[in-house]
Design a protein around this ligand. Structure first.
Ligand SMILES: [Zn+2]
Ligand SMILES: [Zn+2]
Length: 91
């Protein structure tokens, strides 16, 4: 476990869940561009992204309106600063 305590994790999980549910568990970026997955179905969202980064706007980090449901590929594009590393799904 990293530094996060249980409370923070639980809150983050609830926020992530709400963001994904609001988007119907589909990637909002892919849907916007009409992209589908290899199976021809809409791309599933696996990650909740903060539109306004929580480092700059800590007060917005649990606001569902500040979340965006994204697939892994789209989420990586939102974080060019992180390169292709497979982490950062909390941001
Ligand atoms: Zn996507
Ligand atoms: Zn993000």
């Amino acid at each position: 476990m990293p530094n996060d305590n249980y409370y923070t994790n639980a809150r983050h999980r609830a926020w992530r869940e709400a963001v994904l549910r609001r988007a119907g568990y589909l990637c909002e970026e892919c849907r916007r561009y009409g992209r589908t997955g290899p199976d021809g179905l809409p791309v599933r969202a696996t990650t909740a992204h903060h539109i306004k980064h929580r480092d700059e706007y800590p007060e917005l980090q649990y606001l569902v309106a500040n979340g965006r449901a994204l697939c892994e590929a789209c989420h990586n594009k939102m974080h060019p600063e992180k390169g292709t590393r497979k982490q950062g799904r909390r941001y």
